[in-house]
Design a binder for this molecule. Structure first.
Ligand code: ADP
Length: 459
C-alpha cells in the first residue's frame, strides 16, 4: 500500500477515534452532572415531604393513623407526578405505612431515604425515587442534542480533515514520488538521475543525499571508464620506447651492451613501479589495504626521512627545513611503511618541482585530536583550476614535465588513499609562482595534544 494511503487511513482513524473519545467523555460528564443535580433535587423534595408528614403526625396527636388518607390527597396533586415515581413511608419500626408507585430498583442507587424526626425523636422513614433521576425529558433532550451535535461534528470535521488530508498527503509525498522515480532511473542505469531539491526538511535532505550519491556514482563510473584508457595510455610510452630500443638492437643498429640496455631497464623499472602503484591504489580504494598500525612517533619518522633527503637537497641546491615541537614525541597509530610512502611521495614532488635555491619545509604540529604534517615548497605552484584534480589518478598539471621526470601521476592519489585509510585527510594549498603546501592530518593520541614550542632545524 502506498505511504500516501497509509497516512490518510491513519489520519482518518485518528479523527474518528478523537470524535468517539470526545463523545464518550462529554456524554459521561453531562450524565454525571444530571445525576448530581437530580440527587440534590430528590433530597430536597424528600426533605420537604418529610416535613409535611411530620407535621401531619404532630397535628394527628403523635400517630400515623389516617396518614394514608392525607397522602392520598397529596398523591393526586400535580407536584407528586412531577417529582416522584415511587414513594414509601415507614413508621419508626420500619413497617410500611403507605407505598405508591413501582418499587425502587435499588435502595442505594436512585432512591433517597429520609429519617422523619419530631422533637429529636425518630418517628418514621420516607423513601423516594425521583423521576428526574430516571431520565427526565429535559435530560433526554439535552443528551440527544449533544449526541447529534457530536456525531455531526465528527462527520463534518472528518470530511474536512479527509479533504485537507488528501491535499496535505499529496504535498508531503510528492517529493517521495519524485525520489522514487529518480531511484528507478538510477536502477535502470541512468547515472544522471537527479531530484529537484524543493524543501529544506527531511525530504530535502534525502533528495540532497540522493543527488550526492548519484553524482558520486557517476563520477566513479566515469573514473572506472577512464582507468582502462589511462592505464593503456601509461603503458604505451614505456612499451614503445622498449620496443624501439629492442628493434634497434635486433637490427644490429645498436649493440646489445649495458649502455644500450640501460634505457630499456629504466622503462622496465618505471613499468614495475606503475604496476605496483596501481595495485596498492586499487587495494586502498576498495578498503583492502593491509595496514600494520603501531604507535608511531611521527617526529622521529619524519626526522629520519628528512635526513635521507639531505643528499638530494644538497645535489639540487635546495634548502631543506624541518620544524617540530621541541618536547616529547607526537604519537599516532599508523603503519610506518604506508605513512613513509605518503611523505616520500610528497617530498619527492616537492623536490621534483622546486628549483635550485628554493626551500622545502616539513612542519609537524599538534591539533585537537590530530597530528598535522605540512610539506611546503617554493616551487612553481599549481594553477587553481588544477588544484581540485591533483589527487585524481594519472592527473598531471604539467603533463610533460612530470612524466619526463619519472612521475606516474599516481603519487598524490596513493598519498590520499593511504592517509584516508588511516582515518586522516590531506589538503593542498598553492599559489602560482610562490609554492605549494600539502598538509596531512592523522588521528592523534588524545593524551598528547598540549601545544608545545617549536624546534627549528635548518639544513
Ligand atoms: P606525479 O607522479 O606525476 O608527480 P602526482 O600524483 O604526485 O603525480 O602529482 C600530480 C600532479 O600534481 C603532478 O603531475 C604535478 O603537476 C602536480 N604537483 C604535485 N605536487 C606538486 C608540487 N609540489 N608542486 C607543483 N605541482 C605539483
Amino acid at each position: 500500500m502506498k505511504v500516501r494511503y497509509k497516512l490518510w487511513i491513519a489520519m482518518t482513524a485518528l479523527i474518528l477515534f478523537m470524535g468517539g473519545a470526545f463523545f464518550a467523555i462529554s456524554h459521561g460528564y453531562l450524565e454525571n452532572l444530571f445525576r448530581q443535580y437530580a440527587t440534590a433535587a430528590q433530597e430536597q423534595s424528600a426533605d420537604q415531604l418529610a416535613r409535611q408528614v411530620a407535621y401531619y403526625y404532630q397535628v394527628n396527636g403523635g400517630s400515623w393513623l389516617g396518614v394514608d388518607q392525607y397522602i392520598a390527597g397529596y398523591l393526586e396533586s400535580p407536584d407528586y407526578h412531577a417529582q416522584f415515581i415511587s414513594f414509601i413511608l415507614r413508621d419508626a419500626n420500619g413497617h410500611v405505612l403507605v407505598a405508591a408507585g413501582p418499587k425502587p430498583r435499588s435502595e442505594a442507587s436512585d432512591t433517597t431515604t429520609v429519617t422523619i424526626q419530631l422533637g429529636g425523636r425518630t418517628i418514621g422513614f420516607l423513601t423516594v425515587s425521583n423521576r428526574v433521576l430516571q431520565g427526565s425529558p429535559v435530560q433526554q433532550n439535552i443528551l440527544q442534542s449533544m449526541t447529534a451535535a457530536t456525531v455531526w461534528g465528527t462527520i463534518l470535521t472528518s470530511l474536512v480533515a479527509l479533504v485537507v488530508g488528501v491535499w496535505l498527503m499529496r504535498i508531503m509525498t510528492n517529493p517521495l514520488q519524485a525520489l522514487m522515480k529518480a531511484m528507478q532511473r538510477l536502477q535502470n542505469g541512468d547515472l544522471n538521475a537527479r531530484v529537484e531539491i524543493s524543501s529544506k526538511d527531511e525530504f530535502g535532505e534525502v533528495a540532497r543525499t540522493f543527488n550526492e550519491m548519484s553524482s558520486r556514482l557517476s563520477r566513479m563510473e566515469e573514473a572506472r571508464r577512464h582507468l582502462v584508457a589511462d592505464v593503456a595510455h601509461e603503458l604505451r610510452t614505456p612499451l614503445t620506447i622498449m620496443q624501439g630500443q629492442l628493434e634497434l638492437i635486433q637490427q644490429g643498429v645498436k649493440p646489445a651492451e649495458p649502455a644500450t640496455l640501460l634505457p630499456i631497464q629504466d622503462e622496465v623499472v618505471r613499468l614495475t613501479r606503475l604496476v605496483q602503484d596501481l595495485h596498492q591504489l586499487s587495494l586502498a580504494e576498495v578498503g583492502k589495504l593491509p595496514l600494520e598500525k603501531v604507535s608511531t612517533d611521527i617526529v622521529k619518522l619524519l626526522e629520519r626521512m628528512v635526513s635521507n633527503f639531505e643528499v638530494e637537497a644538497d645535489d639540487k641546491g635546495i634548502r631543506l627545513e624541518f620544524e617540530a615541537p621541541s618536547q616529547g614525541p607526537i604519537v599516532t597509530l599508523a603503519d610506518p611503511n604506508r605513512i613513509t610512502q605518503v611523505f616520500v611521495n610528497l617530498l619527492g614532488n616537492a623536490f621534483r618541482y622546486t628549483p635550485q635555491g628554493g626551500t622545502v619545509r616539513v612542519t609537524v604540529g599538534r591539533e585537537a585530536n590530530a597530528v598535522r604534517v605540512s610539506v611546503s615548497d617554493t616551487g612553481p605552484g599549481i594553477p587553481e583550476e588544477h588544484l581540485p584534480h591533483v589527487f585524481d589518478r594519472f592527473y598531471r598539471a604539467e603533463e610533460d614535465r612530470s612524466r619526463g621526470s619519472g612521475g606516474t601521476g599516481l603519487g598524490l592519489a596513493i598519498a590520499k588513499e593511504f592517509v584516508e585509510a588511516h582515518g586522516g585527510r590531506i589538503e593542498v594549498e598553492s599559489t602560482v609562482g610562490k609554492g605549494t603546501t600539502f598538509t596531512v592530518y592523522l588521528p592523534g593520541n588524545s593524551a598528547d595534544t598540549n601545544p608545545l614550542p617549536l624546534r627549528h632545524e635548518k639544513r
